[in-house]
Design a protein around this ligand. Sequence first.
Ligand code: ZN
Ligand code: ZN
Length: 134
Amino acid sequence: MIITGECFCGSVKYQVNGALCDARSCHCSRCRKAFSAQASAYALVEPQEFKWLSGQSLLTSYVGAHGFGLQFCSQCGSTLCGIYNGTIHGVTLGCVNGDPKIVIGRHIYVGSKAAWEVIPEGVTQFREGPPTKA
Ligand SMILES: [Zn+2]
Ligand SMILES: [Zn+2]
């Protein structure tokens, strides 16, 4: 499957030759700021399946203390992807075009959600991080 994504102004475009995985939404205060929204909406990609199609020179990165960063379009401000130690880690679902055939599987850190957010009933929620897999 081929998935494409682009920023709001359309200058930066990418393609994923594969499936997205582990789509999640994190409601912690840091993700709210990073995504300028009530929560993150993010899925993982295999680095070798990801490539930029255009506008890569417009990308600006913000890397936090733990080596995890975000890359965004310096022209329109859309956050396109997450990077870890300089390697693509995942994509923001908001910039994915069309239906990537994945849904958000879990809502994490709902214990620290914004006071103004109402989380829909029936979604899988965790007060903090998800239970760690063995
Ligand atoms: Zn843009
Ligand atoms: Zn978070």
